[in-house]
Write a protein that binds this ligand. Structure first.
Ligand code: RFL
Ligand code: PHB
Length: 391
């Protein structure tokens, strides 16, 4: 097989890249190791920045998002049993976020790709990227029990944190920046209307809690739990009791309970691989960087990377200049590090470390009160939350 752009991975990064290239008249082939149902059901992110919404719409993938996505003009910070609403458009000159799950983004992009785009192979596991710094990189892969080779002009590794693409960068050129956190998130999906019409980020002495949603009928909630926690060790009852404690306010707000339909634990990690390019291999999304989910940035960063790559490739085709491709890693990393910084700030602002001292607690509360009391501090949060400009 041969193609112009070989894309490894059909998560949001790989699927959107295939769509952007198709729209620009560039051929691609997508290799995805899992089956379609798995990719469409995997529970992950839920918040789209304004820029992500604009990109999906412009790519012709926004029809259902525009119908079913929920525009949110604010988030609530809860601490000390008080509530503070951050008015996003008022602080950012009009920007908001949209609640539309990653599962739905993937379903929409898969349907479009299968109908109009190039090949998208499920059950096709990339084994290695070869000759990445030569003129014609190859992806060796296994599909239907047979090994095959995809010959490409460019390879984009959109294969997530555990993928194979990153390994093709020689160790001598790789630099990894990493931090793990001594806690994780226990997340549930529940068939109950969300108890608040906007997301609630709560700081509590017992740990962080987040109230989010998937639709007007489905709630998504998270609890900070110790690293290594087994989701099975928490009964549904225990989860609701703990959410109630951590989300409690001094007013008459109440948390509504409903049947829990999914429960899982997500580890928390910050990770950046530099550079994001080696020869004709480009890394995008979680393959190159991970953020803890507190800032809701993972999916949005993946979108930024593939938009940057698609623009750069089209620029080269149209002008003959490789300048933008050469700048890919640097361009992406500027935005990536802003998201790393913000995700780290939000995480340490709201989670209680197991070794937190009374001093740490006081500083955390002071940071929260500063955001609630200073328009400058609040604007900084709102700008980062709604997203930094692309490119
Ligand atoms: P993805 O979504 O991980 O997609 C990578 C795809 O590559 C496939 N793959 C391979 N295919 C072929 N050959 C191989 N050798 C392959 N190896 C892997 C995988 O099957 C998969 O389909 O990466 P992408 O596209 O970069 O998208 C990034 C986002 O998925 C990610 O940033 C966010 O979901 C992060 N994230 C969350 N972000 C939020 O903003 N809010 C959240 O609540 C949230 N929850 C999460 C998350 C990430 C998680 N991970 C990575 C384990 C929960 C989890 C569990
Ligand atoms: C989610 O709805 O899954 C979600 C929302 C906001 C976050 C993280 C996850 O910061």
């Amino acid at each position: 097989m041969r193609t112009t752009v070989g894309i490894i991975g059909a998560g949001p990064a790989g699927l959107l890249l295939a769509r952007l290239l198709h729209e620009a008249g560039v051929e691609s082939v997508v290799l995805e190791s899992r089956d379609r149902a798995y990719v469409e059901q995997r529970q992950r992110a839920g918040i789209l920045e304004q820029g992500t919404v604009d990109v999906l719409r412009a790519a012709g993938a926004g029809e259902r998002m525009d119908r079913e996505g929920l525009r949110h003009d604010g988030i609530e910070l809860r601490f000390d049993r008080t509530r503070h609403r951050v008015d996003l458009p008022a602080l950012t000159g009009g920007s908001a976020v949209t609640v539309y799950a990653q599962t739905e983004v993937c379903k929409d992009l898969i349907a479009l790709q299968l109908k109009e785009g190039g090949p998208l192979l499920f059950g096709a596991e990339a084994l290695a990227v070869e000759d990445a710094d030569g003129g014609h990189p190859r992806v060796r892969f296994r599909h239907g029990g047979r090994e095959d080779v995809l010959h490409c002009d460019y390879v984009v590794g959109c294969d997530g944190f555990w993928g194979v693409a990153r390994r093709a960068v020689p160790a001598a050129l790789s630099r990894v920046f990493e931090r793990t956190y001594p806690y994780a998130w226990l997340g549930i999906l529940a068939d109950v209307p969300p108890s608040h019409d906007e997301l609630v980020y709560a700081r509590h002495d017992r740990g962080f809690a987040l109230l989010s949603m998937r639709s007007p009928a489905v709630s998504r909630l998270y609890l900070q739990v110790p690293e290594g926690t087994d989701a099975g060790a928490w009964s549904d009852e225990d989860v609701w009791d703990e959410l109630e404690r951590r989300l409690e306010t001094g007013d008459d707000w109440r948390l509504d309970r409903g049947p829990v339909t999914a429960k899982s634990v997500t580890p928390m990690r910050s990770f950046v691989h530099e550079p994001m390019r080696y020869g004709r291999l480009f890394l995008a999304g979680d393959a190159a960087h991970i953020v803890p989910p507190t800032g809701a940035k993972g999916l949005n960063l993946a979108v930024g990377d593939v938009v940057t790559f698609a623009r750069a490739l089209v620029h080269e085709r149209d002008t003959g200049s490789a300048d933008l491709l050469d700048a890919y890693s640097e361009t992406c990393l500027r935005r990536v590090w802003q998201a790393e910084r913000f995700s780290y700030d939000m995480t340490t602002l709201l989670h209680r470390a197991p070794d937190a001292t009374p001093f740490d607690d006081r500083v955390q509360l002071a940071r929260l009160r500063r955001i609630a009391g200073s328009r400058a501090a609040e604007t900084d949060l709102a700008e980062a939350y709604t997203g930094f400009p692309l490119g």
